[in-house]
Design a protein around this ligand. Structure first.
Ligand SMILES: [Zn+2]
Length: 168
């Protein structure tokens, strides 16, 4: 079992607290994964969220996503560790971990943030629904009379130091 941290980097203008909005529905993390057995990468994005779970074969418990490699048929699984961490104004321009995955038999190699994020005005605390599908987001904070934006979004996967368990 390997813990992989998904880190993002972005330029935040007058907003902070970028995090998946899970107030109503679970956020789907869209990932492409590489099989540890045969090194093939999934052709399409797979989704994992922390509400759905499936059984891992051989009574090894369950995970948020259990899948079988289309090429070598090896089973692999992904579990979300804890709750996502908000990307704040202090992180702006630097990489920070937003979520950690417990991976067995695969590694995530691609990520698309898509829709379903939230952020708030840095000073005004105005709540914004944020759609990152286009890779950047612009809005206007009426209360603060300021342009707000999230741009230059990048991501990377890092081997985690182990789960900071607790929230789950
Ligand atoms: Zn495989």
């Amino acid at each position: 079992m390997t813990v992989i941290d998904l880190q993002i980097k972005a330029e935040l203008l007058n907003v902070t607290g970028l995090v998946p909005d899970e107030s109503e529905t679970a956020y789907d993390w869209h990932l492409k994964t590489r099989c540890s057995g045969c090194n093939e990468v999934t052709a399409n994005f797979v989704t994992v969220n922390d509400v759905e779970t499936s059984k891992i074969s051989g009574s090894r418990g369950d995970a948020n996503l259990v899948m079988r490699c289309k090429f070598c048929k090896r089973e692999a699984s992904v579990g979300i560790v804890g709750k996502p961490a908000a990307y704040t104004a202090e992180h702006s321009g630097k990489f920070a971990t937003v979520v950690s995955f417990e991976c067995r038999g695969l590694e995530p190699v691609e990520f698309e943030p898509r829709d379903g994020w939230a952020a708030q005005g840095a000073e005004s605390k105005t709540r914004f629904a944020v759609d990152l599908t286009e890779g950047e987001w612009y809005d206007y904070d009426e209360r603060a009379s300021l342009e707000v934006s999230i741009t230059e979004i990048e991501h990377r996967f890092e081997r985690g130091k182990g789960p900071a368990k607790g929230a789950k």
